[in-house]
Design a protein around this ligand. Structure first.
Ligand code: KIV
Length: 259
């Protein structure tokens, strides 16, 4: 599939979409994606959070392109019309050439666009991707792929200088032609300032209520990863408890069967 074939009508740098708030969630497989589409979610993201909530790694730095291709293809089979965005995992966009080649592989697996982490530091990769006709979502603020370098997940943009640097990143992203920008763990005042300064939607996660949309890891929303949930996410279901209970009932029934 060529990038032009994969272009989804809503993944263009067309602006703020009339002010409508965008609800974005992650999916990593067929039922996960299909359920989100049936719920009317605007965009589905195959995030590299895959590494933590599905593959059992401590962070996203273990995720490979092969992992992302496998799960992107599964999620794509669950969608008929919802845009699907896939993360380029760590080490797959170190050069502009690698970024384009690996993004094309994700599009061939069924994604309509890709997401990469970084702002001005990744200007060359961002420009190469958009020049190749590949819809790109930016991601600034806390960058999970850098968690080992940073030593933890901390709020970004608290000081005036830090807020200025994030705004410069956001403007570099929009100049490169991204269709949206994820703001992760950005101080709400900085997130508001960026949202008011860029022409494309900002999609917040742990960044307050002023963004143009919100994204969550679906497992945090549904309680499907009950051993850890970030403070900013509220679980609206207890899927983990429901699975434990169903499994325990099944085990009890099996053990009580007469031979
Ligand atoms: O990997 C992911 O799921 C993400 C979102 C949380 C933004 O990048």
């Amino acid at each position: 599939m060529s990038p032009a074939d994969s272009l989804h009508p809503t993944l263009t740098a067309e602006g703020k979409r009339g002010g409508r708030r965008l609800a974005v969630l992650t999916a990593y497989d067929y039922p996960g994606a299909r359920l989100l589409e049936e719920a009317g979610i605007d965009w589905v993201l195959v995030g590299d959070s895959l590494g933590m909530v599905v593959l059992g790694y401590p962070d996203t730095t273990h995720v490979t392109l092969g992992d992302m291709l496998h799960h992107t293809a599964a999620a794509a089979r669950g969608l008929s019309h919802t845009p699907l965005i896939a993360d380029l995992p760590i080490g797959t966009y170190d050069t502009p050439e690698a970024a384009v080649q690996n993004a094309q592989a994700l599009l061939a697996a069924g994604a309509h666009g890709v997401k990469i982490e970084g702002g001005t530091s990744h200007r060359a990769q961002l420009e190469a991707l958009t020049l190749a006709g590949i819809p790109v979502m930016g991601h600034i603020g806390m960058l999970p792929q850098s968690v080992l370098l940073e030593g933890g997940y901390r709020i970004k943009g608290k000081t005036a200088d830090a807020s200025d640097a994030l705004l410069a990143d956001a403007l570099a992203l929009t100049a490169a032609g991204v269709f949206a920008i994820v703001l992760e763990l950005v101080h709400p005042a900085a997130a508001k300032r960026i949202t008011e300064s860029v022409p494309v939607p900002t999609i917040g996660i742990g960044s307050g209520t002023h963004c143009d949309g919100q994204v969550l890891v679906t497992h945090d929303l549904t309680g499907a990863f009950p051993w850890f949930r970030p403070k900013f996410a509220t679980a609206k279901a207890s899927v983990g408890d429901a699975i434990r209970s169903a499994a325990a009932q099944f085990a009890a029934e099996v053990r009580s069967l007469e031979k």
